[in-house]
Write a protein that binds this ligand. Structure first.
Ligand code: KDO
Length: 337
């Protein structure tokens, strides 16, 4: 037998496998007749945007019994923070929460929502993302990123949290502070705009970074500070309220398209129930946490917010990010429509 025959056969087989691999990711993984929905998040188990996935799972078990197998992976155990959109587009992940910062990497105009002091409060945030602005921008997200946003979660309002007590009134008072930010240029820009020296570090490494002094501080909403126990390794919270932060529950387009219309509606309803659970609980807890942190021995101080707002706004408006923002979008966001 021609020794090349088996080689050729293998070639044909691997080419066929290659074609199959190209074709197959249009279908979600199916285990024992159920559609598998893999979820990945860096959230720690005690945070609301981790717990909300159980609400999602329970809702689907109730509305579509036996149709889905929901697999929840917390602590960035399946995909590292920020890798989720690519994993979804490649067919390796079905659902995740993505941030405005994740989206801005592929949809530059979305960087408007990475800008400090752009969104005023949680109600303003919901109005923006559940109205025409959200509809327009999410359409671009679906086209460019191959993922579909199902609902908008309030992650909370980000505050600066320091290892050592310091008098912080204006951005100048953060000069020289190594402020941990998640690892992308959009996040680092925000940290630097606050007056600090932004230092990239994954969420899972922040506790140790604060404990050992690799970084001098970090920024996160109060509920995440509590859930990740950052208050154990810091002494002050400066209430800069610089970013009313969002997370978007997103599903891979291929997964969504492979569902029946009724299943799509049930998955969307489950994502909305999860977001509502997160939003309600987070808002309630956020309102109580200043007292909690004070009892834990932290100093909670209020800076000159106008000075921060002014300085951060100037930094963004003079940046290349602002050049990508659609004409009139800042005014539309201000008006909430
Ligand atoms: C963080 O790393 O600071 C951040 O708050 C960024 C968010 O976009 C989100 O990834 C969040 O971490 C994680 O879900 C952990 O709470």
């Amino acid at each position: 037998m021609n020794p090349n025959a088996s080689l050729n056969r293998r070639h044909v087989l691997s080419a066929a496998a290659g074609l199959a691999a190209l074709a197959l990711p249009t279908l979600p993984a199916v285990a024992s007749g159920k559609t598998v929905l893999r979820i990945s998040t860096p959230a720690v188990p005690d945070d609301w945007h981790a717990k909300m996935w159980t609400v999602f799972k329970d809702a689907l078990e109730k509305s579509a019994p036996g149709e889905f197998e929901v697999q929840i992976n917390l602590n960035g155990a399946l995909f590292k923070q920020g890798a989720e959109p690519t994993a979804m587009a490649r067919g390796n992940l079905e659902l995740a929460t993505v941030s405005a910062f994740d989206i801005a990497k592929q949809v530059p105009e979305f960087s408007i929502f990475t800008a400090g002091y752009m969104v005023r409060d949680p109600a303003h945030q919901q109005k923006i993302f559940n109205g025409p602005i959200g509809a327009e921008l999410f359409k671009t997200v679906a086209e460019k990123m191959d993922i579909t946003v199902l609902s908008t979660c309030y992650l909370g309002t980000r505050q600066v949290n320091l290892r050592e007590v310091r008098s912080v009134k204006t951005p100048a008072d953060l000069k020289g502070i190594k402020l941990r930010m998640p690892g992308s240029k959009e996040w680092l820009f925000l940290g630097n705009a606050l007056g600090a020296t932004a230092t990239p570090l994954a969420f899972g490494e922040v506790y140790l970074g604060l404990k050992t002094g690799t970084v001098d501080g970090q920024d996160n909403p109060l509920p995440s500070v509590r859930a990740a126990k950052f208050h154990e390794v810091t002494k002050q919270i400066v209430m800069t309220s610089h970013l009313v932060d969002s997370l978007f529950i997103a599903i891979a387009n291929k997964t969504l398209q492979a569902l029946s219309p009724v299943q799509r509606q049930k998955v969307t309803a489950a994502a909305q129930a999860a977001a509502s659970f997160n939003n309600d609980n987070r808002l309630k807890e956020e309102a109580q946490l200043v007292e909690f942190f004070k009892k834990e021995g932290l100093q909670v101080t209020v800076p000159d917010i106008d000075a921060f707002r002014k300085s951060v706004r100037i930094a963004y408006l003079q940046s290349d990010y602002a050049k990508t923002w659609p004409a009139g979008m800042v005014d539309r966001i201000n008006a909430g429509q």
